[in-house]
Design a protein around this ligand. Structure first.
Ligand code: NAD
Length: 330
């Protein structure tokens, strides 16, 4: 029996995660669900200065997969490390995979390195007016993400991988990433490889997203390009994300806790439901995963019962119930 840990998180997480767990319980009754507490609400409740504590990390690492709701992170110096960055680093979830699929608009899988780059958090205030941050890129980190991207591309029968960098400016960090990815690419001749600067990718994604298939890039560039792809789809509420390591896996929507609409019951649950479908695929429940994905895309594109961000007036629960109804019909 698969054991799935879930974190509601903060804000709209308290609305979108429970309805998703209800759908999963209905679709795959044999999964055991374990609640795990983390996030700003948890920190406030406990008075601790951490957003996720060691026991929660240990519980998370004992599960076969994690479904994570959005968690809020207080900004600024001295504030605790975010839940998502902590889990990515502690569970060594080095591959962040984000499928952006919407009929007629875009069909791109973005593979982003998840543990290095500016996200290492190595920053110093060297004087009152000057702050310095360090970008860490390693050959091993670049190799394993490139291997993952090419392996995934060949398993999913994708035709092309675009390596995204800015090696003309960041000659050492992007240079090492580029060199390592091209070396991995040379071992996968059946998949076409091209490379492009990150700024050119941003423009071309807007002008002609269909020219991209799999995008392989570093942590910060991947973060920014993800939101751009979400913008092409039309709502950040529709996009899932998988964080994969060799021993653990975590699935979430790409959006945050949306404090501006939290508590209103109108958050779009599609992103986390599509993330749950990726999780079912990962756990081997591929038939249920396909049905859930197709039903979600059907509800979203036909706009039958959808939340206000998609122009409808349904609540989170009504939209989730419609997705479940359609899934069971498939
Ligand atoms: P956000 O994604 O929470 O919100 C951006 C905008 O998108 C808001 O207008 C919001 O209402 C809307 N939105 C987001 N998700 C939606 C949904 N499911 N349905 C409808 N509308 C939706 O980004 P933000 O405002 O920059 O961040 C808020 C908090 O979330 C911050 O504390 C941030 O640290 C956190 N955050 C967490 C994650 C994560 O847990 N992976 C990711 C991003 C941001």
């Amino acid at each position: 029996m698969a054991k799935v840990g879930y974190i509601e998180g903060d804000g709209i997480g308290h609305e979108i995660v429970p309805v998703t767990i209800e759908i999963l319980r209905e679709l795959v009754p044999q999964i055991e669900f374990i609640p795990i507490e983390a996030g700003l609400d948890y920190m406030k409740k406990t008075g601790k200065n951490v957003l996720i504590d060691d026991e929660a990390i240990e519980l998370a690492s004992s599960c076969d997969a994690l479904l994570k709701g959005p968690t809020a992170t207080p900004p600024g110096p001295g504030s605790p490390k975010s839940v998502v960055v902590t889990l990515r680093q502690e569970l060594d979830l080095y591959a962040n995979v984000r499928p952006f699929q919407y009929p007629e608009k875009i069909d791109v899988i973005l593979v982003r390195e998840n543990t290095e780059d500016l996200y290492k958090g190595i920053e110093y205030r060297v004087s009152l007016d000057v702050a310095i941050g360090m970008r860490v890129i390693t050959r091993e980190g670049s190799r394993r993400i490139a291997e993952y991207a090419y392996r995934m591309a060949s398993q999913m029968r994708r035709r092309k991988v675009t390596i995204v960098h800015k090696a003309t400016v960041m000659k050492e960090t992007c240079g090492l990433f580029r060199e390592t990815c091209l070396e991995v690419a040379s071992r996968h001749p059946s998949i076409e490889t091209d490379e492009m600067h990150v700024d050119t990718v941003a423009m071309n994604l807007i002008l002609d997203p269909k020219r991209f298939d799999v995008i392989l890039t570093t942590n910060m560039f991947g973060d920014i390009l993800s939101d751009l792809c979400a913008g092409i789809i039309g709502s950040i509420g529709l996009c899932p994300s998988a964080n994969i390591g060799d021993r653990h896996a975590m699935f979430e929507a790409i959006h945050g806790s949306a404090p501006d609409i939290a508590g209103e019951g109108i958050a779009n649950p599609a992103g986390i439901i599509l993330a749950a479908a990726l999780m079912l695929d990962h756990l081997g429940y591929t038939i249920q995963a396909r049905k859930l994905r197709e039903a979600t895309l059907n509800v979203v594109t036909k706009k039958t019962v959808v939340t206000p961000d998609l122009g409808g007036n349904a609540t989170t629960r009504q939209m989730a119930e419609e997705i479940l109804r359609k899934t069971l019909q498939e």
